[in-house]
Design a protein around this ligand. Sequence first.
Ligand code: ADP
Ligand code: MG
Length: 323
Amino acid sequence: KSTIDKIAAGEVVERPSSVVKELVENAIDAGASAITVEIKDGGKSYIRITDNGCGIPEDELSVAFMRHSTSKLRDASELADIHTLGFRGEALSSISAVSRVEMITKPADTLMGVRYVIEGSKEVSLDKIGAPDGTTIMVYQLFFNTPARKKFLKTDTTEASYISELMERLALSHPDISFCFISNKKEKIHTSGNGNLMDTIYQIYGRQIASNLLAVEKETDLLKVSGFIGNSNVARGNRSLENFYINGRYIKSPLLSKSVEEGYVGYLMQHQYPFCVLMITTKEASVDVNVHPTKQEVRFDDEMAIADIFKSLIFERLYQRED
Ligand code: ADP
Ligand code: MG
């Protein structure tokens, strides 16, 4: 069993940032309004995620760590969506197969919490314990029993930067949740969770970027877009400030990036890339976001039409302001 879990873990858990992604998504699914992520050494030695969500009842706890166990399917019609939604029931089992996991959890309607320890898929202990409402999960020594995977990790600094970028994206797509990210005892990100996207951008990126933004909004028969674009004052030499979300999910798309950049023609110097946070809602099945649940790829049926929408969206908005 533990071998199968280890193999399955390879699918879900590639590096510390994939652990953080799965666990923060669980906290979001649990209805948390505040989520704190703390890491040490790029997440290789320590990852802790604390949420104030619904918690897990004691009698469901060890089941939650079994493969393909999920509490998130309500009826059969949702089965088709399993992969899209990421409700695969694999995260906890996969993570605990390749690390030592300690979880402390307490639903609001119980008096005592529970502390559960599992290491390399083997249960170590389950005890009652006093705890605040919600869940804290700690992941120690990731890949301690899969040396090949461990060797493939990058430096602590690089792994920490992947997690930091992930936290930025998660915070941007959930302005109504307060996110705190701490790396090696230093607070890197802290958002208020007041629901306002512009405030969230300010809290993540600071004044220089937030004071140079234009709001954009457009609706066509294919999709709806809303968000903010930055003018050339905040341009960077890479695409790290281009943030696209489709139906709430962060994606990378050379097509969208190029279209937005072309919309900026005349505003950007060579090798400069703009800032944007664009939330896209599709209206038709013309977008195939579902290439792989853990990947960020996206496919469009009509690439030309999509490219045109984004080019003109940016161009019109920039041009308008000049007038
Ligand atoms: P999935 O999220 O696909 O259901 P996971 O392995 O990530 O699978 O989690 C298994 C189950 O554990 C979830 O369905 C949920 O019931 C429970 N769970 C995990 N994390 C949390 C959390 N932070 N708060 C409350 N419940 C959680
Ligand atoms: Mg999950």
